[in-house]
Design a protein around this ligand. Sequence first.
Ligand SMILES: Nc1nc2c(ncn2[C@@H]2O[C@H](COP(=O)(O)OP(=O)(O)OP(=O)(O)O)[C@@H](O)[C@H]2O)c(=O)[nH]1
Length: 373
Amino acid sequence: MINLIKMSFIPRRIFPNFNLPLSNFKGHQQKALTKFGHLSPQIDLVLELRDCRAPISTINVLFDKVLGKKDRIIIYTKKDLSVINNDLLQKWHGINNEKYIFVDSRSHKDAKKVIQLISDYYYNMDPPPPLGLRSMIIGMPNIGKSTLVNSLRAVGYSNQVDSISKKKRKVAQTGGQPGVTKTTSEVIRLSEEPDILAYDTPGVFLPTVKDNETMLALSLVGCVHNSFIDPVIQADYLLYILNLQDPSGSKYREYIDHPTNSIDELLYHIALKRNKVRANGSFDESGMASHWTNLWKNGKSDRYKGLFDLQTIIEKDGKKLRVLFNAEKERVSTMSVTEKLNSSFGKSDAVNARRKRTAKDREYDLRNQLFRL
Ligand SMILES: Nc1nc2c(ncn2[C@@H]2O[C@H](COP(=O)(O)OP(=O)(O)OP(=O)(O)O)[C@@H](O)[C@H]2O)c(=O)[nH]1
């Protein structure tokens, strides 16, 4: 029977259309965008951070809108948590000769490579910038900006250990949830030779993200607070994405020996494995969902290296990606940021944020499952 399920298993091609909040735009992010606009004329180089596990969903086209056309290096963070391969990114960025690099923001070895890239840029500037190269580190919330600033500064000053104490080298506050940095920093010197300066900035979200899948990918990589979306829906999306990448069910084999499209079934097996099923057969569904998604969010071991971006899984073609990117720019260009900011504090989103999966959603899952079999 199990072999029959494995053979006939077809992963879901469509994710249920939950009524999720698509906005998490905050007042300090609006202020940050205004400040970006003011600082823009003095910025030589933009360091734009994206998450390796959601390289498309973590693009924020608002940055282009406020900063205008600026030279930039795209830095993919959290490489230690991702399975993305360089061929794919080379295809995307090769078309436009864009500079990009993968890093673990905490790694000094990777920070050295970033300093090297910035230094190369500096030495190619003609004339060299009289007041040092000014860069700005931007990206979605919780993507690793402040961690990278600290690593860059530690590396940039590594030859001058005596001149700067370790405490002084750590300049930016970091944390496990989004929104730790609330204001754009004063200019921070990353290195003296060459003279490289940077602004650390607050993570900025889009006023409204494109669709549910983008919001769920952003949630799995930690750009929104853990509690923002019902954990069972997050777990269901994770299951959906993992099945698309590997329909054999191997990504959750430690809990259940056959592939499944039903999050309820998987969560039950997780509870069983963890001895958390009560005598009456019930279990804490949300608790199991949070436990499972956290393994992937935090990359608890190599087994949980992830890729949560539906579009990255589908769009392998660089040209198509460019079309997608332009469509996103178009979508955002019609948005009034202030308008969206006000509406994002509206009651409906707060209500939606707490919305749980309903009996109807479960029924949908079950029908989907039966239909596939
Ligand atoms: N595994 C891993 N963790 C990282 C990496 N970069 C950052 N982190 C962790 O991610 C969390 C967020 O990092 P921050 O540097 O505070 O992120 P931020 O972009 O400054 O966040 P905001 O203040 O919300 O803008 C912290 O717990 C970091 O330790 C990375 O490359 N790999």
